[in-house]
Design a protein around this ligand. Structure first.
Ligand SMILES: Nc1ncnc2c1ncn2[C@@H]1O[C@H](COP(=O)(O)OP(=O)(O)O)[C@@H](O)[C@H]1O
Ligand SMILES: [Mg+2]
Length: 437
């Protein structure tokens, strides 16, 4: 099938998209060939997700054209995208954890019996066939919540394939996968490719891109800056395209001037804690940024969870400004001035159904309680001061990126607006609410 491997399945031409005054796509071209793995690269805010959401029918472009298989199309909804063979595998999965794998794959399209009842057996049989085709082993009867997230992703892919997806969009697919799971995913991608399925692959991991992609397209500030076969490029060249600077400049060592002659801020001595933390010692000075490096499973997350009072500390010592502290629960850590921004912020860090204000105040509720009631005005004032501080920093940086709450400038407390963005989008057109990166 030499012809099919060289033909164009998707062409996006001169795509323009603005959110209010913020133009985030400025005439982007993107082309995808049949059976190709095309990596879409760019730093945070470059416009990758917005471009993909246009292809997924989540956003309508302000300008430009899309052709699928040479035919001009308009993609007005995710349903239309699916009907055109565009399948998406979400970074935050859209599966229902309490249902089985098979039920999820055929959710809303369940096969029925002659009497009109749901036909679970048929559903499982078809799911099994899909997995066999994909070359993966998953029990269709397994309840999704009981499987590791690596399998969730495979279930998502099976779901897209069951809807005849010819173009698969994978946005940071390996973010929560172990090394073995990643290998498995790559194996699957190669199989899908061989079947003529085209894949758009978004990732920040360079080694993966060099391993799996045929071509790359790099975006910067809402524009396409390069499209090239990966075989023609070095890793340095790709990084230079992404950041728009020479690698030496990007990686140039910058002296941080940390004063280590003063008293340390945090001292951890021989810390032993639940799961994986064995005799960890380090010292952190005021104004210092300490990197914790290690492979997946080496205990980095467990260490910070222990310091925040989630995982149980069984031995060792934690000192703050020279004073020994006992951390048994997150309250103790907060009282000691330790804050944790967790790994999976959407699940562990935020209550997505609540407003920005409610989320900000959640850890501080005690402070705003009077006679069992919440001091709303006090809370508003504090949130407002955080919002203005953040906005000042944002504009001082001169960045074009907007915080979720940037439009809150017009409203007294930033509440209505921030709420509307989170609530509105997650309900009406989006599967996962935007973060305020
Ligand atoms: N719904 C939205 N409303 C306003 N601005 C948005 C919205 N979605 C994305 N943006 C902005 O568009 C720009 C590109 O974002 P995005 O497409 O998510 O970039 P990437 O995926 O490359 O990180 C960013 O400046 C972001 O703040
Ligand atoms: Mg993105």
């Amino acid at each position: 099938m030499t012809t099919s491997t060289t033909s164009t399945i998707l062409q996006m031409k001169n795509i323009v998209k603005a959110f209010g005054a913020n133009t985030v796509l400025r005439g982007v071209d993107f082309e995808l060939q049949r059976g190709e793995v095309h990596a879409l690269l760019g730093s945070n805010g470059a416009g990758k997700s917005t471009l993909m959401k246009i292809l997924e029918g989540v956003y309508t472009p302000d300008g430009g054209e899309i052709e699928i298989n040479g035919t001009p199309v308009r993609i007005r909804s995710p349903q239309e995208a699916k009907a055109l063979g565009v399948g998406m595998v979400f970074q935050e999965f859209s599966l229902v954890p309490t249902l089985t794998v098979a039920q999820n794959v055929f959710l809303t399209r369940e096969p029925r019996t002659g009497a009109g009842l749901l036909n679970d057996a048929e559903c499982e049989r078809r799911t099994q066939a899909l997995f066999a085709e994909m070359g993966v082993q998953i029990d269709p009867k397994q309840v999704v919540a009981r499987m590791s997230t690596g399998y969730w992703q495979l279930t998502e892919i099976a779901k897209a394939l069951s809807q005849d997806a010819r173009i698969l969009i994978l946005d940071e697919p390996t973010a929560s996968l172990t090394k073995t799971e990643t290998e498995g995913l790559f194996e699957l991608i190669r199989r899908l490719k061989a079947k003529g399925i085209s894949i758009i692959y978004i990732s920040h991991r360079m080694e993966e891109i060099f391993e799996i992609a045929d071509r790359i397209t790099v975006m910067r500030d809402g524009m396409r800056v390069a499209t090239e076969r990966i075989a023609n490029l070095t890793m340095e060249q790709v990084i230079e395209q992404i950041v728009g600077q020479k690698v030496e400049q990007v990686l140039a060592w910058k002296d941080r001037h940390v004063n280590r002659t003063t008293a340390p801020l945090l001292e951890v001595k021989d810390l032993v804690a639940a799961d994986r933390v064995r005799n960890i010692s380090f010292t952190l000075y005021p104004g210092e940024i300490l990197g914790l490096a290690g492979l997946m499973g080496s205990g980095r997350t467990e260490l910070v969870r222990a310091l925040f009072g989630i995982n149980k500390i069984t031995n060792g010592e934690v000192r703050i400004r020279g004073r020994s502290v006992t951390i048994r629960k997150p309250d103790d850590a907060i009282a000691a001035g330790i804050c944790l921004i967790p790994e999976d912020r959407r699940v562990q860090g935020l209550v997505l159904d609540h407003s920005v204000k409610d989320n900000l105040l959640l850890p501080l509720l005690k402070r705003f309680q009077k006679f069992g009631l919440i001091d709303d005005a006090g809370g508003d004032k504090l949130v407002q001061s955080y919002v203005s501080t953040l906005l000042r920093r944002q504009s001082a940086k001169g960045g074009h990126r907007q915080m979720a709450s940037s439009r809150a400038r017009d409203t007294p407390h930033g509440r209505a607006d921030s709420r509307c963005r989170y609530r509105g989008e997650s309900r009406d057109r989006q599967y996962h609410p935007p973060t305020c990166r």
